[in-house]
Every structure is written in C-alpha cells, then in structure tokens.
Design a protein around this ligand. Structure first.
Ligand code: 5GP
Length: 180
C-alpha cells in the first residue's frame, strides 16, 4: 500500500488549526470552570501533536495521560476490532476526563475506549476530536467538541500518519493515489 505513488493535497492549514484550537480551548476551559485537575487523555499515536497544542492553550490545571489502541486492518481502512496496546497510568475514578482523538471515522475506536474508561467510573467523560468524518460513522458515538468536519478522504499530517509517514507535517492533507 505504502509503495503506491501518492501526493498529499493540503486541506487544512497550520494557521487554521491553531485558530480552531484557540476557540476550542476557550470553550473547554469554560465547560470545566471550577474543575479540580482535569485528566486529558490522548489516544496514541495520532493525537500527540493535537493534545500538545491543546493543553498549552488550556489555562487551567490539567493532568495528561495516554492510551494506545490499534485496530486490525490495512493502512487505509480502519477495522471494527480494537485492542488496547498501552493503558492509562493513572486512576480516573471520580475524575473529570477529556479524551482527545485525532479522527473519528467509523467511531469504533472511540466507542471502545469510552466503554472501557466509563467502566472505571470517572465523574464525567467527554471527548474532543480534531477531525470528524460523519459520513463514515458505524458506531453510535459523537465527540463533544470537534475541530473540523472532513469528507470521506484519507488524511495525513499534524500527528496523523500514512504508513508511519507524514505525522510531522504541520498541516492536514489528503492522500491522493496516483492512478496514472
Ligand atoms: P475509527 O475507529 O473511528 O474508524 O478510526 C479511528 C482511527 O482510524 C483514527 O484514530 C485513525 O488512527 C484512523 N483513521 C481514520 N481515518 C483516517 C484517515 O483518514 N487517515 C489516517 N491516517 N488514519 C485514519
């Protein structure tokens, strides 16, 4: 798959992402006003740049933790089976938890993680996704905050990879395969 020739077309600029994160963090700080130490949970690996930028805009006490999932399947199709590769370090019982996801596509990953974390009895569990592809949804899940809605395209950049490449692009782009 990764050997197929492809080009990356810019979709969302670094400037637009930064501006959107500023707006989102203002909303989030308001929603959690008075909360004692929010736990912000990043879904590895795709959310690592998003969570880094987001928490630096949040003017409130936060703890940061990570969970890593993997889905079986090939490079461009997500699958319905979700495995936990790395679990949280901290206890979230009774805590306010904000899960940070890169993209909600079919929604199976987020649904699986939310079920797992809910079983640990947090005080309240909410979610933010940088990108949302609502046209692809299979699981009944919606993020509380969404950065950008995107069409059914394979995206890359700003933490999100294509075959482990492209995570360091400062913008979000669409992968287009060269069919010529
Ligand atoms: P879901 O379980 O919602 O179908 O998929 C969630 C995960 O699939 C995302 O966290 C991401 O890792 C991966 N994914 C979904 N859509 C894309 C995409 O367009 N590009 C890349 N690189 N990964 C995607």
């Amino acid at each position: 798959m990764a050997d197929r020739p492809y080009v990356i077309e810019r979709m969302i600029s670094a400037k637009s992402i930064a501006a959107r994160i500023e707006d989102l963090s203002r909303d989030i700080a308001m929603a959690y006003a008075g909360t004692d130490k929010l736990v912000v949970v990043g879904l590895l690996r795709g959310s690592f740049i998003f969570i880094a930028d987001l928490v630096r805009e949040l003017d409130m006490p936060v703890e940061v933790d990570f969970i890593e999932t993997s889905s079986y399947g090939n490079a461009t199709e997500s699958s319905r089976e979700v495995r936990i590769l790395k679990d949280l370090r901290g206890d979230i019982e009774g805590r306010d938890v904000l899960v940070v996801e890169d993209i909600v596509d079919t929604g199976h990953t987020l649904a699986h993680v939310l079920n797992l974390l809910q079983s640990r009895r947090p005080r309240r569990l909410r979610t933010i996704a940088l990108l949302d592809k609502p046209s692809r949804r299979e699981a009944d899940v919606t993020a509380d905050w969404i950065g950008f809605e995107v069409p059914d395209a394979f995206v890359v950049g700003y933490g999100i990879d294509y075959a482990q490449q492209g995570r360091n692009l400062p913008y979000i782009g669409q992968v287009r395969f060269d069919t010529a």
